[in-house]
Design a protein around this ligand. Structure first.
Ligand code: TRP
Length: 375
């Protein structure tokens, strides 16, 4: 019955923000608490973070605890699921090495996530031409991280990967690797499915500046652990509609960050609590579009909604911050358990590839027989 194996992870390059929250964390907690799965893993992808922070390992090292605290504070529960650190599972690198034989350079070059990330991270100065994007400055580790991600997923035989839309190409690449492996070596690995948030506005939450994506490097994030006063300040500074200059101008919803966030966070009951003069979000939007509704009012409303959502997370974080050694202890135990599971898959893989020489009695016997005949 319960045959789902859920797995997902995050790079520890900074604290997690509300884009991570609506895009994935919130859904994970719901999945966790629904208990409708065989197993569930959430991990801190430190090895993957090193593929583009190889020159700054300290940043990755410092942020492992930040991500772990964010996990615990949103309600991920090590009593129910396994939380671990990627680099503590050497089987993942071992698997990735064999998968490398199943993926062509051309296929990696077509991976849209790799393409845009290379451009973003400036591995290439001139990124207009494909040849230049994949120029000499690109580290092999970064280029091949989709293969490593396929190992993360398949090592646990994950069926379900709750994550953001930007990870779609990674899951597709994983499925291809699984199919290729199984067709060559026999049914061994499991094909995963991506699980996107059901609310469209949650797929890719823009930054407070209205830029495409909330990201640490753009400095446009609202962090989960944001103190109440900076949260309020950030909401007040949010990008809205540049054409909505005076209150009576008609306002636009398209690209209006405050309304995008309302689509992601606002629930019916928020009107009764914080804005009783409107019955629902549609009426609020209609008034904004007609003109006569000021930005400050909608920002204050959003600010109250976010504060209500983030206050308990902030409080829980403070509790976990009191015993940091215990958080590392939790990660150690989770990593030990994850390693056992990955080692079992690695055994299956070795058997399928027939590289389990010492267990292969038939191989040893047939070699012995061959040499006996030659004597
Ligand atoms: N690539 C993911 C990110 O940048 C992190 C990640 C690594 C991941 N391995 C994974 C996500 C496996 C899901 C499954 O956020």
């Amino acid at each position: 019955m319960k045959d789902k194996i859920i797995l997902t992870g995050d790079r520890p390059t900074g604290r997690l923000h509300i884009g991570h929250y609506v895009g994935s964390l919130k859904g994970r907690v719901e999945l966790q608490n629904a208990m409708d799965y065989k197993d569930m893993f959430v991990f801190i992808a430190d090895a993957q973070a090193l593929t583009d922070n190889f020159d700054n390992p300290e940043k990755v090292r410092q942020n492992i605890i930040e991500v772990a605290l964010d996990y615990l504070s949103v309600g991920l529960d090590p009593g129910k699921i396994t939380i671990f650190i990627q680099s503590m599972i050497p089987e993942l690198t071992e698997l990735a090495f064999y998968y490398m034989n199943l993926v062509t350079v051309a296929r990696l070059q077509r991976n849209p996530t790799v393409k845009t990330e290379i451009a973003m991270r400036g591995f290439s100065k001139e990124n207009s031409e494909e040849q230049q994007v994949f120029g000499s400055g690109l580290p092999v580790g970064f280029f091949t991280y989709p293969i490593s991600q396929a190992a993360d997923i398949t090592a646990f035989k994950a069926t379900t990967v709750p994550t953001g839309e930007d990870q779609k190409p990674m899951i597709e690449q994983t499925v291809e690797i699984v199919r290729k492996f199984n067709s060559i070596y026999g049914e061994t690995l499991v094909e995963p499915d991506i699980l996107l948030p059901s609310n469209n506005a949650c797929h890719r939450l823009p930054g407070i500046d209205g830029k495409a994506k909330m990201s640490k490097s753009l400095g446009n994030c609202i962090y989960l652990s944001e103190p109440a006063d900076t949260l309020a300040k950030k909401v007040m500074s949010m990008y809205t509609d540049p054409l909505h200059i005076s209150i009576n101008d008609p306002g636009h919803l398209e690209g209006n960050t405050v309304f995008t966030y309302l689509d992601a966070f606002c629930r019916q009951e928020h009107f009764g609590m914080f804005l009783p003069e409107y019955p629902n979000l549609d009426e609020l939007k209609a008034h904004y579009q007609r003109g006569g509704l000021g930005d400050v009012k909608i920002k204050k409303f959003l600010g109250k909604i976010l504060e209500q959502e983030l206050a308990p997370i902030r409080e829980r974080r403070k509790e976990f911050e009191k015993d940091i050694p215990e958080v590392y202890n939790m990660l150690r135990k989770g990593s030990e358990r994850a390693r056992e599971v990955a080692a079992r898959t690695m055994d299956d893989v070795r058997k399928a590839m027939k590289i389990n020489y010492f267990e292969d009695k038939a191989l040893i016997a047939s070699q012995a027989e061959k040499y006996r005949q030659q004597q």
